[in-house]
Design a binder for this molecule. Structure first.
Ligand code: SF4
Length: 253
């Protein structure tokens, strides 16, 4: 049974990070209509999904995101992962005040960038002050372990360990599990990737911006949803040819 559902609302993001696994750009496409997202997620919730996570692309640059939030919030545990930049806009912030999800995670892509770290820290505090649970996704590259460690220590002064997710960078800059542990100061930490071996999750489904699914957000071989409902999810997941995947994955917001 799928209990955790991640939905990438679009392929559009004005930040256009070169390493985005979703290849989101300012030219990125949007295929999901808000009413489709609502109907799809509602059916999944009726079939046992307990938590829905909205990502992208940048969810707060998706037209209709607050409509989606308003409808799904009473039905499940609802979280949004964002780069945080749209929330700096007063109009977006004012709208958020009236349409809150349970949780918002803001991503730090460059722990060596003081401006970005301070911006995210400020935003995390603002989010907490309006009654939304905040969190941070901290991207860790093998060449930035010391910088990420310093940011992790700093974040621990405003967030609990469980609110900080360490996202290992991949390709030639992938940190080892030991380096990730070093970033967390040897304490328990969370990561979205399988660190010691690739294992297909049984209760999670990732739905991409182009309406395909797999059991992992980062895995190739996603299968198109035949129907936009829980049955479509289960049928598509049944067709996925699960392959061993690199233990570390790239982040997205
Ligand atoms: S990684 Fe996040 S902020 Fe960067 S382009 Fe992708 S969605 Fe946007």
């Amino acid at each position: 049974m799928i209990e955790l559902l991640s939905i990438d609302l679009s392929n559009y993001c004005s930040k256009q990070c070169s390493f985005c696994y979703n290849h989101s750009t300012r030219e990125g496409n949007t295929l999901w209509k808000p009413q489709e997202v609502i109907a799809f997620a509602t059916d999944c919730i009726e079939h046992g999904v307990k938590a829905v996570s909205l990502g992208g692309g940048e969810p707060f640059e998706y037209d209709g995101v607050f409509e989606v939030i308003d409808t799904l919030y009473p039905l499940c545990y609802l979280s949004v992962t964002s780069n945080g930049l749209p929330l700096e806009n007063d109009a977006v912030w004012e709208t958020l005040l009236k349409h809150k999800p349970d949780k918002i995670h803001i991503t730090i892509h460059h722990p060596d960038n003081v401006e970005e770290v301070e911006r995210v820290e400020r935003m995390v505090k603002r989010i907490g002050n309006i009654g939304i649970k905040p969190g941070v996704n901290l991207l860790v590259g093998a060449d930035k372990v010391d910088e990420a460690s310093a940011v992790f220590r700093r974040l621990c002064q405003v967030l609990g360990n469980e609110q900080i997710i360490l996202v290992p960078q991949r390709f030639s800059n992938t940190p080892s599990p030991k380096q990730l542990s070093q970033v967390a100061g040897g304490k328990p930490f969370q990561s979205p990737s399988c660190l010691l071996g690739c294992k297909r999750p049984e209760n999670f489904c990732s739905v991409s911006w182009d309406k395909k699914v797999n059991s992992c957000s980062f895995a190739q071989g996603k299968v198109v949803l035949g129907t936009l409902d829980y049955k479509g999810v289960m049928e598509a997941l049944g067709k996925v040819e699960w392959k061993y995947f690199s233990t570390f994955s790239q982040t997205t917001c």
